[in-house]
Design a protein around this ligand. Sequence first.
Ligand code: PHE
Length: 340
Amino acid sequence: MATDLIQELDALEAAAADEVGGVASGDDLEALRVRLLGRKEGRLTAILRRVGELPADQKPAVGKRANEVKEAVSALLERRESELAGGDGGAHGLDLTLPGRRAWRGGRHPVTRVVDEISEVFRDLGFARARGPEAETEWHNFVALNTPLDHPAAATSDTFYLEPGLLLRSHTSPVQIRTMLEHEPPIRIIAPGVVYRRDPWDPSHAPAFEQIEGLVVDEGVSMVDLKATLGEFARRLFGPDTKTRFRPSYFPFTEPSAEVDVTCPFCEAGCSTCKGTGWLEIMGAGMVDPAVFEAVGIDAERYTGFAFGMGPGRIAMLVYGVPDIRMWYEGDTRFLEQFT
Ligand code: PHE
């Protein structure tokens, strides 16, 4: 009878709701699905087989109810499946209650940020940006910079030679040479880049590191321009109260030469960053030596100039309070991502 079959379908739906709720694993749920809806042996199939025995006018009502029950039971099974998947031991091990994974989108390296900040200050002061090759000739790296090849810096123990006469540049100063060979004064450039030295890998040395070179050449350029330019640079980079001081030094390509210090931006009267002195050394500088002008064919009677060179990696150590230069180059994102 049609009513019998419809009652059985109702009973199947009710029983399915109970049984589905009691299932605790994906495997058990699949077994239950087969028992309820399986095409060959399932309970729904068993009921449907008997529809054939009904008079034709009673078949549609039973068929309609059978479809409803099938949909309802399928929905119950599906809901239970996603419940199980959300908890431990779920069929797909997917726990929707877990916190999301934070997307690490990368960021500019802290030393790159300092290079960019310094570049921006000099751009505002009217400096163009120049660049040169990292594989450099001995002549550009040393000879033209008034540095004889028997100078200790030119020794194979200090510099990486690629082949005789060709090396990995040990500073960005050869970009001064290339710029002066290519351009007539007035010249006003900075040149950021990587340089290489056969230094030990220790807290204050790395075999490859960044430098920023600066060069100004024009008629009437004097030490006053050097001091004013670097003083303004320091105020813009470290803050308006920053003072600058020049200590006598020596570089083969500048005369006179100086080490440039700025007042420590972190303290009033001495802290661990400035080691209690109140001053931080940030670069080397000086007036271009006439011998350098001679090497590149610039008239040293007519033109004068100044040059400076600084290490943004060291400046970044000071600014961010990083005690070991190697930390910049180890590529540990847990460290680096703190700066972005
Ligand atoms: N080239 C020097 C160095 O590497 C720095 C410097 C550049 C000094 C320009 C004076 C002028 O130490």
